[in-house]
Design a protein around this ligand. Structure first.
Ligand SMILES: Nc1ncnc2c1ncn2[C@@H]1O[C@H](COP(=O)(O)OP(=O)(O)OP(=O)(O)O)[C@@H](O)[C@H]1O
Length: 447
């Protein structure tokens, strides 16, 4: 029988550890046991793992299970795709359900049934990406810098992503502009067995109709005037990898059939050839449009929609997950402070409030840009509300558009001077700069 890779068992009862080592020996290549979770992070780094069996109650006498949940969290932060099975001494369904919500794959109640325990662990190990190769324990931080956030909607999305990333199911990602659809596609690719090859992206909104076939399916030399050599299309380039079709809702109706044929047949034919070339791709599509509504109106082929949305992931708008605004902003601040060689800046209270109240119609992209501008302009230790000139949709800009950073800074100072009736102390404080810096800048810009 083929064994199921490496398993790590954490439990503070040595008798349990010994029993499980004996029981699981025929099923796993390597069984490592830890009687304390303290060394768990280091042990995880030492090898690749297909599953972890994690006790929930470590501190004798305090059987709240919180310590188990804490360690579950720690594992999932670093290794989101690694299956974790919870092991609990009590049939504490609430706790187990909480664990499942927080990313555990399954749970086993003590005293356990041997057959069921083996089955549960083998199932979990099978769900590790890449049949249990390195991806199972590739730290999330190396996958991408995507921040999931604390909101229930994003946590739920994360759970779903961890389940489906390792499969080859076609995925449709929807969400408003700037919600992170492409970033999510990259995250899924990074968590999948296909991550060794780069994901191939195509912006369907940017492809001209005349180039559609050649871009996606390639061409052979002489197929048309400019076809000076054979050239593979994106489908072939993405062979054994992920093909990301962004803005799929912008694909004209008559071209949708051609895309459908390629997906259905799992092969393409280069323009000017009649030889089908098989392709093995995982398809992820994204759009900010409502494809079901488009299908109802006859603007999007229903059969294509059915093909591409085996799994549908909807990213909520940023305004619908307010609790994620400040943590995201703080991540961007750290990143841009490093990028622009600034000391670690912090948001002051008024700025926090302003960011929380803004509707962010441009979602995370808008927030990212707002933070970048504020970090560049800020001179003090705090990012103040005045540094965020946020514009609401359908509202005249607070200031006319500026073409360069200096223009922008000049306009921002002029605008704040007007707003504060020329009170320089108020202007300096609103902009988060010292009076001296304000004088210098006013002099520089002739204000
Ligand atoms: N969860 C996240 N954590 C950190 N940064 C994010 C996250 N989501 C999005 N971003 C950042 O926000 C910006 C927009 O993200 P992305 O391009 O993935 O959005 P999109 O939904 O595909 O946008 P569009 O609809 O315009 O194509 C990017 O710079 C990305 O780095």
């Amino acid at each position: 029988m083929k064994k199921s890779g490496n398993i790590l068992i954490v439990d503070d009862n040595r008798g349990v550890l010994t029993a499980l080592q004996l029981l699981l020996k025929p099923y796993f290549d390597k069984i490592t046991v830890l009687s304390s979770p303290v060394t768990l992070p280091a042990t995880l780094r030492e090898d690749t793992w297909q599953a972890v069996l994690l006790d929930m109650n470590f501190t004798s006498g305090i059987n709240t299970g919180n310590e188990g949940l804490y360690w579950l969290h720690e594992i999932k932060k670093q290794y989101p795709a690694l299956p974790v099975v919870l092991f609990t001494a009590y049939a504490d369904i609430d706790l187990a359900v909480r664990g499942i919500k927080e990313g555990a794959t399954d749970f086993i109640v003590k005293p356990w049934d041997n057959g069921k325990l083996v089955e549960t662990l083998l199932n979990a190990a099978q769900n590790a990406p890449a049949s249990g190769k390195k991806t199972a324990t590739t730290p999330a931080s190396t996958a991408s810098s995507m921040y999931w956030g604390e909101s229930p909607a994003m946590q739920q999305l994360r759970m779903l992503v961890e389940k489906v990333a390792a499969t080859d199911a076609n995925i449709l990602i929807t969400g408003e502009n700037g919600t992170g659809k492409e970033m999510l596609a990259r995250e899924i690719h990074a968590l999948s067995a296909r991550h060794r090859k780069e994901m191939v992206s195509v912006d369907m909104g940017a492809i001209t109709e005349s180039l559609f076939e050649s871009e996606l399916f390639g061409h052979v030399k002489g197929a048309f005037t400019d076809a000076h050599a054979d050239r593979p299309g994106k489908f072939e380039v993405a062979d054994h990898s992920t093909l990301f079709l962004d803005e799929i809702g912008n694909l004209p109706y008559h071209l949708q059939a051609k895309l459908l044929t390629a997906i259905q047949r799992r092969s393409i034919v280069r323009v000017g050839s009649n030889m089908p070339v098989p392709v093995d791709i995982r398809l992820i599509c994204a759009t900010n449009r409502n494809l079901s509504e488009m299908a109802d109106k006859g603007e999007f082929r229903e059969d294509l929609l059915y093909r591409i949305n085996t799994i549908h992931l909807e990213i909520p708008a940023l305004r619908e997950r307010q609790e994620d605004i400040i943590p995201l902003a703080e991540r961007f601040i750290t990143r841009f402070c490093k990028q622009y060689g600034k000391p670690a800046l912090r948001l002051d209270n008024a700025a926090r409030e302003k960011l929380m109240l803004h509707p962010w119609s441009g979602n995370i992209r808008e927030l990212e840009h707002a933070i970048e501008k504020a970090v560049i302009i800020c001179d003090g230790a705090f990012l103040s509300a005045g540094l965020f000139q946020l514009q609401r949709r359908n509202e005249a800009p607070e200031m006319p558009a500026a073409s360069t950073l200096e223009d922008m800074e000049k306009q921002m100072i002029r605008h704040t001077l007007d707003k504060c009736g020329g009170n320089l102390s108020a202007v300096a404080s609103q902009l988060g700069i010292t009076r001296q810096t304000l004088y210098n800048k006013m002099k520089k810009y002739g204000l």
